[in-house]
Design a protein around this ligand. Structure first.
Ligand SMILES: [Zn+2]
Length: 204
């Protein structure tokens, strides 16, 4: 009687071991697919700097006070009017538009819900500061919403549209991840340093 009970218990234990081994090796089980999603890379880096670095200046102004009680949530990259603006990484053009504060702007969506935005694009006719240029002086001529872009592709031109009208031409550059704005400054520094290393072989 005791031997039978022992055999029955052994059978149950072996069955339990087999099913445990099966579930832990089965990639379709909820547990292991969750682990996989946690280990996915979610970090983002700029493959190229958004302006020609030789004629750009920028500083960390994240959180600085702005009019109407707003805080600065981007980095202003100062360059001469008309300088080409480059897509910083591969992606899709989600929005090209204009608004009172942003002026002409472009928003690009990249992998894993990373979004970059480029504000205050050029609104002046060539050689002037007249504000009469319209979208044809702001955006790369053939660019449209829904277009796929690659890192380094020209998407528009530096200007002072929107509330930058009374300042010097600059691109207000923003980075968002899963809907949350991130300070773009360290990303820009990183891109700049990598570009200088590649170009001149300098080390930091
Ligand atoms: Zn700004």
């Amino acid at each position: 009687m005791q031997r039978t009970l022992f055999r029955a218990l052994s059978a149950v234990a072996i069955a339990a071991l087999i099913s445990t081994a099966f579930w832990s090796s089965n990639p379709a089980s909820a547990h292991s697919s969750q682990e996989w999603s946690f280990s996915r890379p979610s970090e983002f880096s700029l493959e190229v700097f958004p302006h020609d670095t030789a004629t750009s200046t920028f500083s960390d102004s994240w959180g600085n006070r702005r009019s109407g009680g707003r805080r600065h949530r981007g980095t202003d990259i100062i360059s001469p009017r008309g300088t080409e603006i480059l897509a910083v990484a591969d992606g899709v053009v989600k929005e090209m538009g204009t608004s009172r504060l942003s002026g002409y702007f472009i928003r690009i969506e990249h992998v894993d819900e990373w979004i970059t935005s480029y504000l205050h694009l050029n609104n002046d006719t060539y050689g002037t500061d007249d504000g009469d240029g319209g979208r044809w002086t702001a955006f790369y001529p053939t660019l449209q919403e829904g277009d796929e872009v690659v890192a380094g592709q020209v998407i528009g031109y530096v200007g002072d549209s929107g509330n930058a009208e009374d300042t010097i031409p600059n691109t207000h550059f923003e980075i968002k991840h899963e809907g949350e704005k991130k300070n773009p400054y360290p990303y820009l520094r990183d891109a700049l340093e990598r570009e200088i290393q590649d170009r001149y072989g300098l080390d930091f």
